[in-house]
Design a protein around this ligand. Structure first.
Ligand code: CP
Length: 328
């Protein structure tokens, strides 16, 4: 059992109604649960603003990050988040672990549970791997990105960042442009944005835009698909560019990077078509000069670095809520 001794801000987060053992995607989260994460992240941001920026809320807990794929932002911010709440943190990557000797995923998670892991943050190249892991361990499993499927904490930190600038998302329009087909970020964002009341426009070449995603918006058509970025930008409150994965060019899904840049790069001319002050976002890592022009990535409306900073508070919130659920 975890010893949740210290709440992050007096009175800020009382009796959290979080009962989930795992956080595998955002599609299952109710509006109340999303709201709870957002409110808890507010409290965590307040903790981070203090001179020390740490609490002992997770003292005695062990958080293991298990990454079978590369990461900078997700792994580092989970580590900072867990340490900011006093948890012990163990970082494992597939390279250098017994995975290289052929140990299975199930044996790996059972081993980590046996050494005392309370929460397991996992990234895997195969869609669904964290679901398999969650079925074979009592530890809480947080999906840190699985294949092309889901990246729930990225979507939550994206929503959190939007809310800090726009207030509520009700009736706002969020344009997500790029390689939607391979984007776990886009998929998890669709669910949180719809839950928060936003309308979502997915934009990209037809080869990178799965038609099935339109049905996520239900009969009210709150998810629209278009190949025309110039039209999509009109009246956008938020523009989120996705990394164009260079390796896709080799598979024939885009004719050439030059053509992609001409038609789909988020640049100054296109940003000018969005609402004045529309937020420019990117989950990272960016290919500056390809899906996003450098002056826009670092311009006045860009909140890309803020997304990364907010990621720590949001991941503190998720770790806190999940650890608290384990003590109930
Ligand atoms: N956004 C994101 O998942 O970045 P990393 O791959 O660096 O974790």
């Amino acid at each position: 059992m975890l010893d949740v001794q210290e709440r992050p801000a007096a009175g800020a987060v009382e009796a959290p109604a979080w009962h989930r053992k795992d956080l595998l995607d955002t599609d299952v989260l109710s509006r109340a649960e999303v709201e709870l994460v957002m409110e808890t992240a507010d409290a965590m941001l307040e903790v981070r603003s203090r001179p020390v920026g740490k609490v002992a809320t997770l003292r005695g807990a062990t958080v293991v990050t298990l990454f079978y794929e590369q990461s900078t932002r997700t792994r580092a911010s989970f580590e900072v988040a867990a340490k900011a709440m006093g948890a012990d943190v163990v970082n494992l990557t597939a390279s250098g672990s017994s995975v290289e000797k052929g140990e299975s995923l199930i044996d790996t998670v059972r081993t980590l549970e046996a050494i005392g892991a309370d929460l397991l943050v996992m990234r895997h190249g195969k869609s669904g791997a964290p679901y398999l892991a969650a079925r074979h361990t009592k530890a809480g499993v947080i999906n840190g990105g699985d294949g092309t499927h889901a990246h729930p904490t990225q979507a939550l930190l994206d929503l959190y960042t939007m809310r800090r600038h726009l207030g509520g998302l009700e009736g706002k329009r969020v344009v997500i442009v790029g390689d939607v087909l391979h984007s776990r970020v886009a998929r998890s964002n669709i669910w949180t944005l719809l839950t928060a009341g936003a309308d979502v426009t997915l934009c990209g070449p037809a080869t990178l835009l799965p038609r099935t995603l339109a049905s996520a918006g239900g009969e009210h058509g709150r998810v629209t698909l278009t190949a025309n970025l110039d039209e999509a930008m009109a009246d956008a409150d938020v523009v989120m560019a996705l990394r164009i994965q260079k390796e896709r060019q080799a598979t024939g899904l885009i004719p050439s990077l030059r053509e992609y840049i001409n038609v789909y790069q988020v640049n100054a001319a296109r940003a000018a078509k969005a609402k004045p002050g529309a937020l420019i976002m990117h989950p990272g890592p960016m290919n500056e000069g390809i899906e996003i022009a450098p002056d826009i990535a670092h311009g006045v409306d860009s909140v890309i670095e803020e997304q990364v900073a907010n990621g720590v508070a949001v991941r503190m919130a998720v770790l806190y809520l999940m650890a608290t659920a384990r003590t109930k």
